[in-house]
Write a protein that binds this ligand. Structure first.
Ligand code: AMP
Ligand code: MG
Length: 429
């Protein structure tokens, strides 16, 4: 995705050599993402939740602070509140005129005195510095100050963090634990967030068996069901999992119709490669429309994008995205395309993952004409190691790695070179 390039459908054979079927256009990762995001309008519906319940949700109404934070000048230390000028005049022994624990309102500080004060307590009017207790010697009703403070020392000024009436969390913010804390710091007990995106997911492939069942000859376990539903839940989606749908046109059409009624997006795994036992494409074509893309990326070439009509009594249509069945392909295409699409539907403003520039501690002599997404991990020296098997069927790479290298088309990698690395922490949530 680092190198946007024009769709190059004109440069490749337009038909599949084996079947003679029309070959979908080959497009770049950047073009595919741009097309998906252009279609994803943020959902209009919102709900108001307790701030406790808003974790990972997306703000639909900005948070404006009704107050300064901190609301008053506070002490940043346990010590003595003083007037700095009193100490500049030489007198280091001061009577202690009051004691101010946190949460108690102080009296104005009498000239020539000190106030015993604690962290978080209100600095009394008239005091302009706090001397930490380690720089003072307490006596009987008095204190000897061993330090000449500057005005403002160890005082957190009113409004130092947040000014009244300022926007502290804009619309489109995903609410992290830190963001909830910030909202709470201005007294926000409720937050208005976009409703959850409703996603239906199903899996195609007569070879698929569920864990817990014996594996028949020719079968494999349905790993994508766990990966994809986990990813959807991490993104805060409301997920309906239809499980394995038989490789049959009628069954696929019926599931699409049912799913379209109640969901914003229908996501499928498998059956979108060219020229194979594939009922997903004709089923979506019969129930709506579909565009097939061959994305110039590795892993993950085929991706289908379209929509399924809703019944006569319901408005509009549900989006449809068909992912390839290969476990690494569906994982990577989800991270690069489905994740930003879903976040945009949820109203998130910034949907691009932040990438790092890191040193490759390996050499990959063979370049690929496609944009490669290589599973890699950061080594103790701060460079990147590559997983030894980059096959799109080898799911181990996705757990071994802690991110993907976005390697542009036609580019070999030499050890020592700086590459674009997207950590999974930027992609899985
Ligand atoms: P397909 O995209 O249907 O051609 O599948 C490509 C490869 O991915 C085949 O080897 C399938 O067996 C495998 N595959 C398809 N769906 C799944 C799944 N849900 N879990 C694990 N592997 C799958
Ligand atoms: Mg299949």
């Amino acid at each position: 995705m680092s190198t946007p390039q024009a769709p190059n459908s004109g440069t490749r054979a337009a038909t599949n050599a084996a079947t003679g079927a029309p070959r979908p256009p080959m497009i770049s990762t950047a073009d595919a993402l741009a097309t998906l995001l252009a279609a994803a309008q943020p959902l209009a519906q919102s709900e108001t939740l307790s701030t406790f319940d808003a974790l990972n949700r997306v703000l639909a109404v900005e948070v404006v602070s009704p107050l300064d934070v901190p609301p008053m000048n506070t002490s940043a230390m346990d010590g003595y509140a003083v007037r700095a000028a009193d100490l500049h005049q030489g007198s280091r022994r001061l009577p202690v005129s009051q004691r101010i624990p946190a949460g108690h309102a102080p009296q104005p500080l009498a000239a020539g005195t000190a106030a015993r004060i604690f962290t978080g307590a209100t600095v009394p009017p008239g005091a302009d510095a706090v001397v930490m207790q380690e720089q003072a010697e307490a006596g009987d009703g008095e204190v000897t100050i061993l330090h000449t403070p500057k005005a403002g020392e160890w005082i957190t000024a009113q409004g130092a963090d947040i000014k009244k009436d300022s926007v502290i969390l804009p619309v489109g913010t995903r609410l992290s634990p830190a963001a909830l804390g910030l909202a709470a710091s201005v007294g926000c007990a409720t937050l208005t967030v976009t409703r959850r995106v409703k996603v239906a997911v199903f899996f195609t492939g007569d070879e698929l068996t569920m864990p817990g069942e014996p594996l028949k000859p020719g079968s494999i376990y349905n790993s994508n069901r766990f990966t994809l539903t986990g990813l959807l839940r991490n993104l805060g989606c409301d997920v309906t999992d239809y499980g394995i749908v038989p490789d049959q046109l009628d069954a696929t059409r019926a599931t699409l119709r049912e799913a379209a009624a109640q969901h914003d997006l229908i996501l499928t795994s498998g059956g979108v490669s060219v020229g194979e036992e594939d009922h997903v494409r004709p089923a979506v074509e019969a129930e709506g429309h579909i565009g097939m893309w061959q994305i110039a990326m590795k892993p993950g070439k085929p991706l289908a994008f379209g929509a399924v009509r809703r019944g006569a009594n319901e408005a509009g249509q549900a989006f449809f995205i068909g992912l390839p069945g290969n476990p690494v392909s569906s994982f990577v295409t989800f991270l690069l395309f489905v994740r930003p699409f879903l976040l945009r539907l949820a109203g998130v403003a910034h949907v691009s993952p932040r990438a790092l520039s890191l040193r490759a501690d390996f050499t990959q002599t063979k370049s690929d004409r496609r944009n490669e997404f290589l599973r890699a991990r950061v080594n103790p020296a701060g460079g990147l190691d590559l997983f030894s098997n980059q096959s799109s069927a080898v799911l181990t790479s996705t757990v071994w790695g802690d991110g993907i290298i976005d390697n542009p088309p036609n580019h070999a990698i030499s050890a020592g070179e700086t590459v674009r690395f997207i950590p999974f922490t930027e992609l899985l949530y």
